[in-house]
Design a protein around this ligand. Structure first.
Ligand code: PMP
Ligand code: GLN
Length: 397
């Protein structure tokens, strides 16, 4: 066997950092602030809705390819409810597709819309499945780096760099707001500029909005609601973060009938369908009252503040996230020795031993590894006492 088993497209990716770090947390008995999953399940009534669907035999056999009508309607109603004031609405029959989490929605969209050789612009650091799916589609990723600003404590998008990255081979921009891992929420001006560029250069946009309800300051604005974008934007979200059921893997795509048709062509050969009974439960979850959504956000904001204070107290520089589950830190203020020469990988590998905490080195989300080297991501979607204990342990650093 003189040929590697894993093909060239995937060879560079290895095991995802989340699996590696969650295993490390279990092995060392550390507090896991690595992989982003809540340590408390979502609403009881939503779990009960899933149990009812299972017992009543709803979804126990293959649901319809596009998703159960109840959930497609609930997704369309959700878009209208939260973004209708921005002119956004979707037809549940032709403009909504249910997927196995946002992960499958991303994979199917990229596999459907890209030809080999196409270029895809993605904001670096980016979520790890983006690079792998672009590679599986045979396309090329073109990273545009979000730059940390120590003075403002936040990340910014250089719009000139974005404009310069577009070539005649650019097919689409792959966007994520609120952004994992930096916690950045793209502003109205940034989104308007991206929209203008997409229209001017005739680009498609895939926008990953799984953290749409986890915005602590500012406002989530769906890119599809900007002028000229409704017809060229594939919007992706999922139930994992909004309802604290990351294991359910129920996601959705909203877009024009043509775009949905294309994405469905790929999706039908990935899973065909998934999570039948859970689709009914997520339909009920989406209809929860506004108080649910605001309580979720307020709770996470308080958790962010607890962890941010702990990380600052431990001597790390905190980039205060406006959204998501995550705080990115710069480890260099700890000094050369204690920050492992500013090497986030080395720092995260040693952290369980040093402090009994697991975190994620942001470098895994970069093509320019040097640009991501000193940054480390901590998740705060955990019970307050867990965050306080983690903060106490980190003071040892
Ligand atoms: N996109 C981003 C930015 C994420 O952080 C995640 C992980 N939750 C996903 C997509 C995947 O979402 P899902 O679990 O619904 O597949
Ligand atoms: N989205 C989660 C994170 O960024 C992890 C999802 C996964 O394990 N693939 O931490």
């Amino acid at each position: 066997m003189d040929r590697p088993l894993l093909n060239r497209r995937l060879a560079e990716f290895g095991t995802t950092i989340f699996a590696e770090m969650s295993a490390l947390a279990v092995r060392t008995g550390s507090i896991n602030l690595g992989q982003g999953f809540p340590d408390a399940d979502g609403p009881e009534e939503v779990r009960e809705a899933a149990v009812r669907a299972l017992r009543d035999g709803r979804g126990n056999q293959y649901p319809p390819g596009p998703g159960v009508p109840e959930l497609r309607t609930a997704v369309a109603t959700h878009q209208e409810r939260f973004y209708g004031h921005r002119g956004l609405s979707y037809d549940p029959d032709t403009e909504v597709l249910i997927t196995a989490g946002a992960t499958e929605a991303l994979a199917a969209s990229l596999l459907a819309l890209l030809e080999p050789g196409d270029e895809v612009i993605a904001l670096e650091p980016y979520y790890d499945s983006y690079a792998a799916c672009i590679a599986m589609a045979g396309a090329r990723r073109i990273p545009v780096t979000l730059r940390p600003d120590a003075a403002t404590g936040s990340y910014g998008l250089d719009l000139d760099e974005l404009r310069d990255a577009v070539t005649d081979d650019t097919r689409l921009i792959l966007l994520n707001t609120p952004h994992n891992p930096t916690g950045t929420v793209l502003t109205r001006d940034e989104l308007a500029a991206i929209a203008e560029l997409a229209v001017e250069r005739n680009l498609l946009v895939i926008t990953d909005e799984v953290y749409e309800h986890l915005v602590f300051e500012g406002e989530h604005l769906p890119l599809a609601s900007f002028p000229g974008m409704r017809d060229r934007t594939v919007t992706i979200s999922s139930a994992g973060k909004t309802f604290s059921f990351t294991g359910w893997k129920v996601g959705w795509v909203t877009a024009t009938p043509d775009l949905i048709g294309a994405v469905r062509s790929a999706k039908q050969f990935l899973t065909y369908v998934s999570a039948g009974p859970l689709q009914y439960a997520v339909a009920e979850a989406l209809a929860l009252p506004d108080t649910y959504y605001t309580a979720l956000r307020d709770d996470l904001r308080a958790k962010r503040d607890i962890l941010a204070a702990g990380l600052t107290g431990a001597g790390l520089q905190v980039f205060r996230p406006s959204g998501t589950y995550f705080i990115t830190t710069d480890i260099r203020p700890l000094g050369a020795a204690r920050s492992h020469e500013g090497d986030g990988f080395a720092f995260c590998r040693a952290l369980p031993e040093r402090a009994g905490v697991v975190a994620i080195p942001n470098a895994v989300f970069y093509d320019h590894k040097d640009r991501g080297a000193p940054y480390v991501r901590f998740a705060f979607c955990k019970q307050e006492e867990v965050l306080r204990e983690a903060a106490a342990r980190l003071q040892k650093l």
